[in-house]
Design a protein around this ligand. Sequence first.
Ligand SMILES: Cc1cc2nc3c(=O)[nH]c(=O)nc-3n(C[C@H](O)[C@H](O)[C@H](O)COP(=O)(O)OP(=O)(O)OC[C@H]3O[C@@H](n4cnc5c(N)ncnc54)[C@H](O)[C@@H]3O)c2cc1C
Length: 442
Amino acid sequence: MGTYIPDQNITSGLDVAIIGGGIAGLTLALGLLNRGIKPTIYERGRSFREIGAGIGFTPNAEWAMKVLNPKIHAAFKQVTVQNGTDWFVWMDGSQEDEALVHKMYLGERGFEGCARADFLDELVKSLPPDTVKFSKNLVEICDADGLAEVELKFSDGSKTSTNVVIGCDGIRSKVRQFVIGEGDNPAHHAHYTHKYAFRGLVPMDKAYAALGQEKTETRHMYLGPDAHALTFPVAGGKLLNVVAFVTDPNQWPDSEKFTLPATKADAVKAFERFNSTVKAIIDMLPDELSKWAVFDTFDYPAPNFIRGRVCISGDAAHAAAPYHGAGAGFAVEDAAVLAQLLSAVNEYTKSHDLEKREISKPGLIRKALKTYNTIRLERAHWLVETSRHIGEIYQGQNAEVGLDSTKCAREIDWRCRQIWHYDVDKMMRESKELFEKQLDIV
Ligand SMILES: Cc1cc2nc3c(=O)[nH]c(=O)nc-3n(C[C@H](O)[C@H](O)[C@H](O)COP(=O)(O)OP(=O)(O)OC[C@H]3O[C@@H](n4cnc5c(N)ncnc54)[C@H](O)[C@@H]3O)c2cc1C
């Protein structure tokens, strides 16, 4: 870990507990530090872990990174690979003559990819060393009206209390269950989408030899019957990241593990109706593979992301199928709003006599989280929805669209624009204004 240089003097009297140290938790922590608030991250793992795969960030996510903390954006750019061209290319992978479906400009150095672990390592360098408490598996939350603080209990028996809790604990979130409420509720969990992915990293010299420059230097999505594949360069251009999604009529066979062993033969079979380019990509995957189940919250969305002084963000709030490559980016958008609102709570607490204003710190926090919920709910639910739909379109499963390239292009275009060209500054302005309105200070 490098030497930590503080963002600001930490003068906060606000205790923020972040549950989970994935992209949602870490970016939120850095956004708070940038605003003079030092949170505590409770992570159930013994160290930070990211899977050995690639990730890309859409232009809106990069904008949100800059707003949250420029160090996040610098960390990302430090580990990304510049695309050879700034265009995202969609091809019909089922036709031998390689029909172009659509092409979209990503902006200068837009939607670049990197290895997840490299990005996480860079983010961690900017965290003060005592920000994270590892081996803290949250098992219980108590936030009753009469309690001065929210109480948290971990599986090792330890307890703590805090002013506010942000659940960044991913797709199997414990905090989501608390927010949705007690009793059996299918919305407590994400559900299997009947699609899974084979993922692999291919040495670039091998990929280049098989596919040539054009298909290895920028993002390519190959559409086709009941499967689709995405490639983009990572690791300084030394590796080609391959994600090959297939439809699965069966139930996911394991209730604990989202990743199971698979073989290249399984992938070859799933892509047998594709053209020679896609077959060549699949053929470069190693013989022993893993398959990754795609779970999402489409069928049972969380009705809201907050309960009292507790809220959820990132996959804990809105687990989306990964076909837009935007789930982590939306977590960064969430974090930008949360960091701004919690900073406003902190400033307000310091500069006003709360008793005179007849508002308590818990009351302020509840209003801040309510604002977060209003600003984020609709867009986040829409991402989950569009991710399902675009997956079906990529796999020719939408009855009205099929694999008709004009219709596919139209669907791809408007959906991507809605994600990529989101006005993050406007979102930040609106959340500030809404919070101030709630406090009656405008
Ligand atoms: C195949 C695939 C490709 C993808 N590609 C992209 C892409 O290119 N771009 C993009 O933006 N998104 C992409 N995504 C989505 C993205 O990976 C997720 O949206 C993002 O990683 C979610 O981050 P998170 O921090 O919310 O959750 P996670 O990364 O799951 O982190 C949750 C953390 O919480 C911890 N935790 C869990 N429970 C507890 C507990 N009880 N107590 C304490 N700690 C706990 C976990 O150990 C973990 O560290 C992809 C997803 C998949 C599956």
